[in-house]
Design a protein around this ligand. Structure first.
Ligand code: NAD
Length: 421
């Protein structure tokens, strides 16, 4: 699978549709239509053999009118300014729907991390942090993990950021990144947060539809943080994982694949699920055509397109990934009567628990897992309720309704504050 269209064009089409339907204020529309800041850095890092290699990194800060810029860092060969711009914009909508005091940002490095040693990745991350300098900061712009980055990446960023500041300020800046290791100020429950949020939203959908999750079948694309957590957290419901796909290939077993055993296998095989012995290898088209109740895309963007959406054989698409469905995909889902829980609602568990981590760090607190889960549940289901209301009021699809909820909140704040000077 590969990304095809410009991702930011997708954002623009989604934005225009919602802005027209809700009658968004023309001035606010102009402001929200483009990111506030775009930072590109070219920086060197030393390789294991002593050579210097140059890298390009990005940080796009879409909007901070509701709170500090917030969003993940991605390491992937497809990272470019267009992709980061789109991902940053979605972060603004996500925080606004969740009603948390955060803005939207995203960043990344155009790199295939599989080609570098752990030591090289550490030096690349540290030099990237150094190059970003004061473009990030604990009350200004707070990165987090995304594709191919994790708690270890955040620990390197924190350590590098700290080493650039006076000792007096270090403890006050623990919240410069979220998704840190728990021993280093991370929040319990952050690792699983995005998957947990996907599950809470699916539960709400099932309740609304009178759908019994214990009899459900599901498929998952991507078996990293979001995909594997979502798959594993569906297991207690009694639902059956019948197919999965990642960058190494796709597998299927109508009798069910154990999500925990699959994760253990992937961990033992450099993160890949191909070759898992209790399932059959299938190709991409067969994977996407697998009959199931729920499909959770949790890998990359532009997966459900004019070509691929007709292959689906499911009743719900719950977007764990950002931007997995393009505007043609949205149209075909609607035509075929397949429900959609859009990314800006469905995968917001990550930013919500990142917000909790940020709060705990600011207050030197440590919350228990049941507290984190209960608060996440409350916030994400309230967001679900707001989007469901907008679906009814405007008679639109769930993605457009999510945009309307987000933009109405931003519009209100812009009108209250006015535009300086
Ligand atoms: P990850 O790096 O942990 O996992 C990515 C997964 O995608 C891997 O299993 C990889 O094999 C798979 N993948 C990559 N290329 C693929 C391909 N060509 N075909 C099929 N699978 C492929 O990343 P993640 O953090 O789980 O992020 C996945 C998605 O979820 C991204 O869209 C990300 O922006 C989104 N997201 C992540 C978080 C978070 O908290 N990590 C929060 C919200 C949204």
């Amino acid at each position: 699978m590969s990304a095809k269209a410009s991702l930011y064009q997708n954002v623009t089409r989604q934005f225009d549709r919602a802005a027209d339907l809700m009658g968004l204020d023309g001035e606010v529309r102009k402001i929200l239509a483009r990111p506030m800041n775009e930072v590109t850095v070219n920086f060197p890092a030393k390789m294991d053999d002593g050579r210097i290699e140059m890298f390009t990194g990005y940080r796009v800060q879409h909007n901070n009118v509701l709170g500090p810029f917030k969003g993940g860092l991605r390491y992937h060969p497809m990272v470019d300014i267009d992709e980061v711009r789109a991902l940053a914009t979605w972060m603004t909508w996500k925080s606004a729907i969740a009603n948390i005091p955060m803005g939207g940002a995203k960043g990344g490095i155009q790199i295939d991390p599989a080609k570098y040693s752990q030591g090289e990745l550490e030096r690349i991350t540290r030099r990237f942090t150094f190059a970003l300098g004061s473009n990030i900061g604990p009350d200004y712009d707070i990165p987090a993990p995304d594709v191919n980055t994790n708690a270890q990446t955040m620990a390197w960023i924190l350590d590098t950021y700290w080493s650039m500041m006076s000792p007096l300020e270090r403890q006050r800046s623990l919240h410069v990144v979220t998704g840190k290791p728990v021993d280093l100020g991370g929040s319990v429950g952050r690792d699983k947060a995005t998957g947990q949020g996907v599950i809470y939203v699916i539960e709400q959908w099932a309740r609304d539809r009178g759908f019994d999750l214990s009899q459900a079948t599901y498929t998952v694309q991507g078996y990293g943080n979001v995909g594997s957590w979502t798959a594993r957290l569906m297991k207690p419901h009694g639902a059956r994982l019948v197919a999965a796909e990642d960058h190494t290939g796709a597998i299927a077993n109508p009798a069910g694949i154990d999500p925990d055993a699959l994760l253990a296998y992937a961990r033992a095989h450099r993160g890949g699920i191909a070759g898992y012995p209790q399932a059959e290898a299938v190709d991409h088209k067969v994977f996407l055509s697998t009959p199931a109740d729920i499909f959770v895309p949790a890998a990359l963007e532009n997966q459900l397109t004019a070509e691929t959406t007709p292959w689906l054989n499911v009743r719900l698409v719950a977007e764990g990934a950002n931007g997995p469905t393009d505007p043609d995909g949205d149209r075909i889902l609607a035509e075929r009567g397949i429900d959609l829980l859009p990314d800006i609602l469905c995968n917001s568990g990550g930013v919500i628990v990142s917000y909790f981590e940020w709060l705990q760090n600011k207050r030197s607190e440590f919350w228990e897992l049941d507290e984190v889960d209960a608060k996440l549940h409350r916030i994400i289901t309230a967001g679900y309720g707001r989007v469901a209301e907008a679906v009814k009021e405007y008679k639109v699809d769930w993605r457009t309704a999510g945009y309307i909820v987000a933009m109405a909140r931003l519009e209100k704040v812009y009108k209250q504050r006015g535009i300086f000077p």
